[in-house]
Design a protein around this ligand. Structure first.
Ligand code: FES
Length: 104
């Protein structure tokens, strides 16, 4: 295993005012990451796991943490998946623009 992506799929009840990744489309992000990983034959090297809240809830997108890199992404959307796969999963390079600016 080269990288293990933990993707927050926590979804809060509709009456809870705090945003959640599940409410921001994180299940679609996880599905897109899995599809792209399979398409590229990376299943042996890249692990993907749905998680509960990672404590990085934002008003849009999904929080993801990647180990052993210790890299935190926030605000990830389906549109970011091709770049995330190409840059991080394949090339092992961080996607700077998606980094959580509060964890560096
Ligand atoms: S709901 Fe995803 S980080 Fe909190």
């Amino acid at each position: 295993m080269r990288h293990h992506f933990f993707v927050c799929t926590n979804r809060r009840a509709a009456h809870v005012p705090k945003p959640s990744c599940g409410g921001n489309g994180s299940e679609e992000v996880l599905f897109a990451l899995r599809e792209e990983r399979e398409r590229r034959g990376l299943s042996v090297d890249i692990f993907l796991t749905a998680t509960g809240c990672l404590g990085r809830c934002a008003g849009s997108g999904t929080a993801i943490v990647v180990y052993p890199d210790g890299v935190w992404y926030v605000g990830v959307t389906v549109a970011d998946v091709p770049e995330l796969v190409e840059q991080h999963m394949v090339a092992g390079m961080v996607v700077e623009r998606l980094l959580d600016s509060q964890i560096r």
